[in-house]
Design a protein around this ligand. Structure first.
Ligand SMILES: Nc1ncnc2c1ncn2[C@@H]1O[C@H](COP(=O)(O)OP(=O)(O)OP(=O)(O)O)[C@@H](O)[C@H]1O
Ligand SMILES: [Mg+2]
Length: 230
């Protein structure tokens, strides 16, 4: 089930464990993320998806296991992420409200105009993000990550709160991007459409890993979601 053979390129998580006091938020999670792949991470609320991103970004320290980037030990620190070519979006919207859209995106890199254009929000560059509709704020959040021109992009529920048209736009963007992507998402149609591989977490434990067709039909995955809905 887990893929623990070290790859020479890309990101590898090897037997990661994270504990918050008595709670095990990630429990022996291994994952290979080769260059150019779109890897989905799904699971019920509280499964540990955002925690996994926090570990990759150095916001949270793991208690066990290790990570490698291009075969070398990887001990991330948030302020070194850009140097490693890693960028993330935050669950929800993550902008500073005292700054304009343009200023928010400039925090992440130089070509803010290009990133705003790519996300279709350049005309809102001089507005405050808090005044924009939620869907446009989500696009600003994407631009904030894309401006760093990351080679590994971590998207935390980018479709959350969006309507079908916005999700279709997002699907197009994900397909166009020439970037390795880790996608945390509850919108199953999007996950199944864009991911090469999907890791399923439940209470921090990996319960399945494989291509979309396999995950769709996995009874353990259905059980995890039914349990969460009960
Ligand atoms: N900094 C923290 N301190 C203590 N507990 C935490 C912390 N961060 C997360 N947790 C707990 O760890 C577990 C996993 O949380 P996490 O946010 O990773 O879940 P998630 O899969 O992203 O859920 P959701 O789909 O709701 O976003 C939850 O029980 C959560 O309450
Ligand atoms: Mg989360």
């Amino acid at each position: 089930m887990s893929t623990s053979t070290a790859s020479t390129t890309g990101l590898a998580l090897e037997h990661l464990t994270v504990r918050f006091g008595g709670l095990t938020a990630l429990d022996d999670v291994s994952l290979q993320v080769p260059p150019g792949r779109v890897v989905g991470i799904i699971g019920p609320n509280g499964a540990g998806k955002t925690t996994l991103f926090n570990v990759v970004c150095g916001f949270v320290r793991h208690n066990g296991g290790a990570m490698t980037l291009d075969g070398r030990p990887f001990r991330p620190r948030p302020h070194h992420l850009a140097r490693h070519g890693i960028a993330r979006t935050l669950q929800g919207v993550g902008q500073f409200n005292g700054m304009t859209v343009l200023e928010n995106v400039l925090v992440g890199g130089k070509n803010a105009k290009g990133a705003l254009e790519r996300c279709g929000v350049a005309e809102h560059a001089h507005e405050l993000p808090g005044r924009l509709p939620y869907a446009l704020r989500k696009r600003v959040e994407l631009a904030r990550a894309l401006v760093a021109e990351p080679r590994i992009l971590l998207l935390d529920e980018p479709a959350g709160g969006l309507d079908a048209d916005e999700i279709a736009w997002l699907e197009g963007l994900i397909r166009e991007l020439d970037t390795t992507i880790l996608l945390v998402e509850h919108h199953m149609d999007l996950v199944m459409a864009v991911c090469d591989e999907i890791l399923v977490l439940d209470f921090g434990k990996p319960i399945a890993i494989g291509p979309p067709d396999q995950i769709k039909d996995d009874p353990a995955v259905a059980d995890a979601y039914l349990g969460a809905a009960a």
